[in-house]
Design a protein around this ligand. Structure first.
Ligand code: SF4
Ligand code: SF4
Length: 359
């Protein structure tokens, strides 16, 4: 395994690390085995979130069973913006992870001005900074799907790490936020290296092109601005591929990256890249989040129970009742801003039918 500096944090992370977003549909023995396989292979950084259902609980217990808490770097994310809810979620996270110290805390998916303003006006950002002063967290970090918001937040100087989406079909950050993070000394953690699942072998075959997960991991990890990538893994063979890529020096040049992107045709496929240009929605619908979940639900066609369960869980936790796709009034404001001309109102209608909540 090759390790890289995580910006100026002083931490060194395995260049391919572990995104625990898919743990929710598994059980404890399977999660413990996956975590053990990863640690044995040299992965030293695990990322989870309060919004990932049982993921934190499984991960915390796996680390306890393996006696590995002190050997790994651990991050989680809190998505609540209001101070009391944030405090409550943070304490739940610490209990779930069975730890009194979190190496990295992310403010989760801060992709709109409104979210950011709430974090400021409610004192939630100040509270998160206070957690760092108290030594309960090591580093404060931000995750976002919005380029302009990302740049503004990175420039505040409050955050040491940024989590950004980057893959062969989502390259918006390549010339902008990635070099900016390097310039300002932030660590870069890459989420969605497989495009949220669309770039897996099985799903790409359904969509009419051919790409392997290994190619996509190599694509992202070869970028010199990237500290590490965190593919979501729920099978031992996925961990083995991650370990293989983690042990390699960078193999992708800029020309190879372009060639891989050119091989993937999503024309006419209504696939959302998660870039966030469509926001803000007049009804406050988190369009990229809804479309990412819709895409995953279509990819698994209701056949994979664990994925279906996880999607419903995430949908319940990340899309508030008053921001559901059912609220769409088809005003079309978002459509004019989407660079891929996606028929967003029609997709909101589909999402309203296909996505199910647990409450
Ligand atoms: S068309 Fe629907 S999703 Fe788009 S901005 Fe209007 S209400 Fe929001
Ligand atoms: S709907 Fe279009 S603009 Fe909005 S996140 Fe998806 S691809 Fe980007």
């Amino acid at each position: 395994m090759i390790y890289r500096a995580l910006g100026n944090t002083g931490l060194r992370v395995s260049q391919v690390s572990f995104g625990c977003i898919r743990f929710d549909g598994l059980d404890q023995p399977r999660v413990t085995q996956l975590v053990k396989r990863a640690i044995d292979g040299g992965i030293n950084y695990f990322d989870t979130a309060r919004a990932y259902g049982s993921s934190e609980v499984y991960l915390g217990q796996a680390l306890r069973e393996l006696g590995a808490r002190d050997r790994v770097i651990l991050s989680s994310k809190v998505i609540r913006r209001d101070l009391d809810a944030f405090k409550q979620d943070f304490e739940t996270t610490m209990r779930n992870l069975q730890t009194d110290y979190l190496d990295i805390l992310f403010l989760h998916d801060v992709s709109t001005r409104k979210n950011w303003d709430r974090l400021i006006s409610q004192g939630t950002l100040d509270y998160a900074l206070e957690l760092k002063k108290q030594g309960r967290i090591g580093h404060l970090a931000i995750s976002t799907h919005d380029g302009a918001m990302g740049e503004m937040m990175i420039r505040t100087g409050h955050f040491e790490i940024a989590m950004l989406a980057y893959n062969p079909i989502g390259r918006d950050v390549e010339q902008t936020l990635l070099p900016l993070c390097t310039q300002l000394g932030l660590g870069v953690v890459i989420m969605k290296p497989l495009g949220g699942g669309v770039l897996s072998e099985a799903r790409s075959a359904q969509l009419g092109f051919s790409v392997t997960a290994k190619e996509c991991l190599e694509f992202a990890v070869s970028n010199p601005h990237v500290s590490c990538i965190i593919p979501g893994m729920d099978k031992p063979e996925y961990v083995d591929t991650a370990l293989q890529v983690g042990a390699q020096q960078a193999v992708y040049t800029d020309a190879m990256r372009d060639a891989l992107t050119a091989r993937i045709s999503l024309q006419g496929k209504n696939y959302c890249r998660g870039c966030g240009y469509c926001l803000p929605c007049v009804k406050n619908i988190p369009i990229p989040t809804v479309l990412a979940l819709l895409n995953r639900s279509e990819a698994f066609g209701g056949l994979d129970w664990s994925q279906t369960h996880q999607i419903a869980q995430e949908y319940t936790q990340t899309v508030a009742r008053d921001r559901l796709p059912e609220q769409c009034i088809a005003c079309g404001a978002c459509v004019t801003r989407c660079p891929y001309n996606l028929p967003i109102p029609q997709l909101m209608k589909e999402a309203a039918v296909k996505l199910r909540r647990y409450d």
